[in-house]
Design a protein around this ligand. Structure first.
Ligand code: ADP
Ligand code: MG
Length: 480
């Protein structure tokens, strides 16, 4: 998939292939940037236009302002695009606007005019040569990123105005840089504080259906973002932006997917670097949850996740390797320590079965067909499932395997599902319990569910709904 996306060359009009490529590009991007489908939907058509040779003249191919809470993937989007188009996240002309907070620093971007002392020694940061160097043989489009634009001195936005408007930047020595084969991304956390205020009451919410709260709030975030953009930038500047895109806060499921990516990246890194000496890391589900809890927050999104993985996984692994404790081909299992404060690494025994990396879920229902159906659907998604048709069977399995969650039918042959849920709640602290029913719950049972926060799924429901509920609980809900 990636290869085809990479093979597209600049301006050759190849309509059919470009369309295919755009489809591929969208899927490559959404595998790298999790949970922001709108963003990708806005960007891909512009790339397509460039690849078809139909981008307008005398202006950049596209100008995007990416807004939204910290750590939701704004910068990552541009890196992912560089990887998809050019094969490396380094193919970006990136301006860290934090380095241009003073007016005289902005001058470094365009170089000093002749007559200034040492003007020959100062290379402008934005030169035609630098712009061309970030394109590649695969694709002639240069990606330009002005990161965290709100930090730059105001003369930067004046300087940018000409670029956005005519696609031309005049340098200090009076030569000019042409941006017609560039796409420009501006990122900013403008309005992020207000967005947080809007979001805070929604974080940590525990609704059975979920999802709705973020969807409700995203329209509001967009208007907060637009209002703060209008306060900060002049109307001419705002008018020249093709799209102002607001990133959504990431859901627990998205955090979970990003964590899986980080761990997969680490494994790839081990394989690539150590070659024949490589070993396997085994990161069980509970360890992944621990990393998510440490590395993600409403304030910083997934920003700390990489650092958390680095500190608690990569560094201890490296010291194990350095002390020659890891033989090639062995397996290193990473578990949460007994105190819960750190991760412990140990060599897994040859006979030891790999721990599941996806949640183990117990399904309890005496309707065998229903059980089989649900089991099949969930197993297809890589879930580790235990099934029981009676209360004693369920208790025994739960005690032995300690699943992360259970979905229990309300009417079981030997007892009520609520009783079983209560029992499991006591005997396995932290297990997530959910009920399903086709009838109305007795008032006292309803009250027990309320008290313990056991969500109730009403039959009939789609397997996907059940899975979404369980995922949400597992990824977001603090263990009791
Ligand atoms: N939507 C996302 N998809 C994948 N990774 C993400 C996403 N959001 C954040 N991350 C992770 O968090 C890090 C910081 O995200 P970044 O894009 O720099 O945040 P910001 O929105 O503040 O620019 C990324 O390098 C990546 O590891
Ligand atoms: Mg950023």
């Amino acid at each position: 998939m990636l290869d085809r996306a990479k093979n597209t060359t600049g301006l050759r009009p190849r309509a059919k292939q470009s369309a295919d490529t755009a489809g591929d590009l969208a899927s490559v991007l959404s595998s790298k940037v999790v949970g922001q489908p709108d963003v990708i939907g806005h960007i891909v058509p512009y790339i397509e236009m460039f690849q078809a040779g139909l981008a307008p003249e005398n202006r950049p191919v596209g100008v995007f302002l990416l807004l939204g809470p910290t750590g939701t993937g704004k910068t990552r989007t541009v890196e992912a695009l560089a990887e998809a188009l050019h094969g490396s996240h380094k193919n970006i002309l990136k301006i860290d606007c934090g380095e241009f907070q003073m007016e005289h620093e902005v001058a470094k971007l365009i170089g000093a005019p002749p007559g200034y002392l040492g003007h020959r020694e100062t290379q402008p940061m934005l030169s035609q040569q630098k712009l061309t160097s970030v394109a590649s043989e695969h694709c002639g489009l240069s990606l330009v990123l002005f990161d965290e634009i709100e930090k730059a001195a105001s003369s930067l936005s004046r300087l940018l105005l000409g670029v956005l408007d005519r696609g031309i930047l005049r340098l200090g020595d009076n030569s000019s840089v042409n941006f017609e084969k560039s796409i420009i991304f501006l990122t900013s956390n403008l309005g992020a504080k207000e967005m947080m205020r809007e979001l805070r009451p929604d974080f940590g919410f525990q609704s059975a259906t979920g999802g709705a709260a973020v969807a409700d709030v995203s329209g509001k975030l967009q208007s907060i973002a637009l209002a703060s953009v209008k306060r900060k930038f002049s109307p001419e500047f705002v008018n020249r932006i093709d799209h102002v895109v607001t990133y959504k806060p990431l859901s627990p499921e998205a955090f979970s997917a990003i964590t899986d990516h980080e761990i997969a990246n680490l494994q790839n890194h081990i394989n690539n670097r150590l070659g024949a000496k490589a070993f396997q890391i085994e990161v069980p589900y509970a360890t992944r949850q621990w990393l998510i809890q440490r590395g993600t927050s409403p304030e910083y999104g997934a920003r700390e996740l990489k650092r958390t993985v680095h500190r608690h996984l990569t560094q201890p692994l490296a010291s194990m390797v350095a002390r020659s404790k890891v033989a090639s081909g062995s397996r290193v299992r990473v578990e949460v320590s007994a105190s819960g404060d750190e991760l412990s690494l140990r060599l897994a025994g040859a006979a030891e079965v790999p721990a599941p990396t996806q949640p183990t879920v117990l399904l309890v229902d005496d309707n065998r067909d229903f059980l089989k159906f649900l089991e099949r659907q969930m197993a297809e998604s890589g879930w580790d499932l235990l099934v029981a048709e009676s209360v004693p069977e369920a208790r025994k399995l739960a005690a032995k395997r300690r699943p992360a969650a259970a979905l229990i039918d309300y009417t079981l042959p030997d007892a009520s599902g609520v009783e079983l849920a209560q029992h499991l709640h006591k005997s396995i602290p932290g297990m997530h319990l959910m009920l399903m029913t086709s009838s109305v719950l007795r008032e006292d049972d309803e009250a027990v569910c309320q008290e313990h926060g056991f969500p109730i799924l009403r039959k009939p429901f789609l397997a996907a709904d059940a899975m979404a509920l369980i995922r949400k609980r597992l990824a977001g809900g603090k263990r009791s």
